[in-house]
Ligand binder design. Structure first.
Ligand code: 5GP
Length: 195
């Protein structure tokens, strides 16, 4: 594979999406892997852009046909990374970013050679709780569940190659960009032609 696979994960509410939006705004060569999910779209989300919103039956058939690089139950829904897009993108020489949960990232680590794993962490645990409440997308029970999941997810940080603390979005995006550029500059990845 010619491109680099970047896997970004971190607890719900850490602000991954906002940081990645900034990274994509600045780096036009990066491709985002759009996941399939069985959850309902939130206001403003577009099918095929944020996610492929699919029925549980369609998701089952995608599993049966081996279409996923990984998939996981996250909260009340299922989410999966379509394998075809990732392989095609990397083969064409583009770098590809997955925004997936920790279970998914641990599965990719087992099944994929050579990915780069970035964990996005909150500055403090209380920040997560605050952010989850402020976005008003989940009810109290769901917020509690996400906090419990986040505690488990934070224990997996040591499995990742890099940790980025999201204190200020622009600074976190700058760090992710720096990691991407450093990985692109690894000896062996730079195509030197000295004829
Ligand atoms: P949300 O529903 O808030 O968009 O996403 C919930 C969680 O699912 C986030 O942590 C997000 O990174 C994760 N997620 C999104 N797509 C995938 C995927 O394809 N696979 C896995 N394992 N997790 C995903």
């Amino acid at each position: 594979m010619k491109g680099i696979l970047f896997v970004v994960s971190g607890p719900s509410g850490v602000g991954k999406g906002t940081v990645l939006e900034e990274v994509f705004r600045q780096d036009k060569k990066l491709k985002f892997s759009v996941s399939a999910t069985t959850r309902e779209p939130r206001p403003g989300e577009v099918d095929g852009v944020n996610y492929f919103f699919v029925s549980p039956e369609k998701f089952d058939s995608m599993i049966d046909n081996g279409e996923f690089l990984e998939w996981a139950h996250v909260h009340d829904s299922r989410y999966g990374t379509p394998r075809g897009f990732v392989e095609k993108t990397l083969n064409e020489g583009f770098d590809c970013v997955l925004d997936i949960d920790v279970q998914g990232a641990l599965n990719v680590m087992k099944n994929w050679e050579g990915g780069v794993y970035i964990f996005m962490a909150p500055p403090a645990f209380e920040d997560l709780e605050k952010r989850l409440r402020n976005r008003h997308t989940e009810d109290e029970g769901r917020i509690k569940e996400r906090i419990e999941t986040a505690r488990w997810e934070l224990t997996k940080v040591k499995e990742y190659d890099y940790t980025v603390v999201n204190d200020v979005v622009e600074k976190a995006a700058e760090k992710v960009r720096a990691i991407i550029e450093a990985e692109r500059s690894r000896t062996g990845r730079v195509d030197l032609r000295f004829d």
